[in-house]
Design a protein around this ligand. Structure first.
Ligand code: HGY
Ligand code: MN
Ligand code: MN
Length: 416
């Protein structure tokens, strides 16, 4: 049987996506499975059970990454796919889960056809990809490729002041396996685009060439609380005003720099958070991204200069803490070519493009040839309960993934 005879079972994939979306379901059709919460544990249990039902050998590593392996004709590093199943607080049902469940669907098709591959095949879900509870994002895959130690990751304190280690132990997913095992022959991730490009262009498949650089910073402003009515404006040291000014500058500098520059002030706290008190404390997170490293550095420098001047003018103290910093990543040209070719062979429209979001594939690219397959997001919406991708597009993306994975897994062991 040739690779062209292989197709995924669309209804089975949709059933698994719906079943997983029930875990942590929130109003509006979305999902909340913040990393290392009880909902994350339940989602992990479900996906791990599916891996075992498919006869995969399942390992859990010390930071909670879970890898299922289907044996190949020869032992050795697997061709791997996967993504994440943790979500943001207002998550959708496809971000991350599509990549993991499409990987399981590929395994099930090969099992049904009793098709043996040269290389083993693996499906992984990585711990804490989102990073919104514990920064940085892509934490589990970063540890997997040796970019962060397990100890440093476990000691990371999150937005609710608990540590990764405490929460990982509490959900029972602090495994025994060394991180980075198994080593990987090649990695391909299917993901929703989470942006508007494919839909606007009327294209079904994205052959992702790179992931843009990302810079996350938390600013803490210390001011002086005072009476909102009696304190003359020149005498104020208003932490609330300073945080708001930073948020406005993030928008201004993104528009000023233009191109692919984006900037977001996503999380804000203010104290004492009362209508008639000038705030004495505020924290603000800033997410800056650009496909070009030098422009991203320019954005960071301009924001730092603005913050310094603001602190002087307002008479407040502003400190900053780096939460994440990853340079842009180029994917393997051979993998991008394979994605493009598989899409064309399936008669699907395809275009090369960058990724605006961070993904586990950008970490695996540090240790093996890696690439991604995108499918359209309706209205370009994601990190929103309205996240949606049409079943035809889900099926198309999974079929492209199937072909690329089998093509890679049939390469002679020790070959290219
Ligand atoms: O933030 C991101 O790009 C991803 O959703 N972790
Ligand atoms: Mn994702
Ligand atoms: Mn996400």
């Amino acid at each position: 049987m040739g690779i062209e005879d292989l197709h995924i079972n669309r209804d089975r994939l949709l059933r698994r996506l719906d079943a997983l979306a029930e875990i942590g379901a929130i109003d509006g059709g979305g999902v909340c499975r913040l990393a290392l919460t009880e909902e994350d544990r339940l989602g992990r249990d479900q996906v791990t059970a599916w891996m075992r039902e498919l006869g995969m050998a399942v390992s859990v590593d010390r930071i909670g990454n879970v890898v299922g392996v289907r044996a190949g004709r020869r032992p050795g590093p697997p061709v791997m796919t996967g993504s994440h199943i943790d979500t943001v607080r207002t998550g959708g049902r496809y971000d991350g889960t599509l990549g993991v469940l499409a990987g399981l669907e590929v395994i099930e098709v090969l099992n049904e056809r009793n098709l043996e591959t040269e290389h083993p095949l693996a499906v992984a879900y990585f711990t804490n990809e989102e990073g919104s509870r514990f920064a940085p994002d892509m934490m589990g895959s970063l540890v997997y490729v040796g970019g962060m130690s397990v100890e440093e990751a476990r000691a990371t304190r999150g937005i609710d002041d608990s540590t990764v280690g405490e929460c990982l132990d509490a959900i029972g997913y602090a495994g025994e396996a060394d991180c980075g095992a198994p080593s990987v022959h090649a990695f391909v991730e299917l993901h929703i685009e989470q942006g508007p490009i494919l839909e606007q262009k009327g294209v079904t498949i994205g052959a992702v060439e790179q992931v843009q650089g990302i810079s996350w910073t938390e600013f803490t402003v210390a001011g002086v609380s005072n009476h909102a009515g009696t304190t003359p404006m020149p005498l104020r040291h208003d932490a609330g005003y300073a945080a708001a000014a930073i948020a406005c500058e993030v928008r201004n500098l993104a528009m000023r720099i233009g191109g692919n520059q984006v900037g977001t002030a996503g999380a804000l706290t203010i104290a004492p958070n009362l209508v008639n008190v000038v705030a004495n404390r505020a924290t603000l997170t800033v997410d800056l991204r650009n496909t070009e490293e030098e422009r991203l550095q320019r954005a960071e420098a301009e924001l730092a200069a603005f913050v310094d001047q603001l602190a002087k003018n307002e008479g407040v103290e502003i400190t900053s803490r780096r939460l994440a910093r990853f340079q842009p990543v180029e994917f393997d040209a051979g993998i991008v070519d394979r994605v493009e070719r598989a899409a064309r062979d399936l008669g699907l429209s395809v275009r090369r493009m960058p990724s605006g979001a961070g993904h586990d594939a950008q970490m695996l690219a540090r240790v093996c040839p890696a690439g991604m397959v995108f499918v359209p997001s309706a209205d370009g919406i994601s990190h929103n309960v309205r996240e949606y991708t049409e079943p035809d597009h889900l099926e198309a993306g999974a079929n492209v993934l199937l072909r690329v994975l089998v093509d890679l897994a049939q390469q002679p062991v020790g070959g290219g």
